[in-house]
Design a protein around this ligand. Structure first.
Ligand code: G3P
Length: 215
């Protein structure tokens, strides 16, 4: 499973990059607002840092022509830009057009296997399933990931299932087991993935016992 980081904060991207963890980046308007810097500067810095792996940038237009126009502008920023398009009727018409023109898309705000199927039929490169937000409304995010992965394999669609809205280490484990192609993980969860109480306790005990070894 590929690991993307779900952030627009440069320090977090650098942290993941230093550890050789990074297969790509996803951003969205909420993450960009949290970066608390001018849009152009943040995007520029991200694209300077990551030139050879996908960087998803969300579009804000709502109708086909405007989505296509905005996608053309945004995709000119760098060759690794992937445009994020929301799962709507107009969005999927734009995705079909853009993919034919060689502009890669990430269909976002996907909450059901039916939506994933439509995104795949539209030729999306990535399909972002929001696990956490489904769990928030007492539905199963992992179930939608599992169903969507099965549909992609069964019909040999080329789209990549991207597990998004990840809130915990268990979410990462579940989507890896479900066969998601990508998980986009927030910095906080990435850090937690290294940790286990028994690892900390084990290190402490080994160091204590090391002191007792006659040297
Ligand atoms: O990249 C989109 C997604 O990961 C957002 O997550 O936590 O706002 O539901 P969240």
């Amino acid at each position: 499973m590929k690991i993307f980081i779900d952030t627009a904060i440069i320090k977090e991207i650098e942290w993941a990059e230093e550890r050789g963890l990074l297969d790509g980046i996803t951003t969205n308007p909420s993450l960009l607002s949290r970066a608390d810097r001018k849009l152009g500067e943040v995007i520029n810095d991200i694209l300077k840092l990551i030139k050879d792996r996908p960087v998803s940038i969300e579009l804000v237009s709502q109708n086909v022509d405007e989505i296509i126009e905005e996608a053309r502008t945004v995709s000119k920023l760098a060759k690794n830009v992937v445009v994020k398009v929301p799962m709507t009727d107009e969005g999927m018409m734009a995705v079909q057009y853009l993919e034919k023109k060689g502009i890669h898309t990430n269909v976002t705000l996907v909450f059901s296997a039916a939506q994933a199927l439509l995104a795949a039929k539209s030729g999306a490169t990535f399909i972002s399933i929001f696990m956490g937000r489904l769990d928030d409304i007492k539905q199963s995010g992992i179930e939608v990931v599992r169903e969507s992965v099965q549909i992609m394999r069964q019909y040999e669609f080329q789209s990549n299932i991207l597990a998004a809205s990840i809130r915990s280490v268990s979410h990462v484990e579940e989507c890896a087991l479900a066969g998601a192609d990508v998980a986009t993980i927030p910095f906080k969860v990435l850090v937690q993935m290294y940790r286990h109480d028994l690892t900390d306790k084990g290190i402490k005990k080994f160091l204590e016992d090391w002191e007792k070894v006659p040297k």
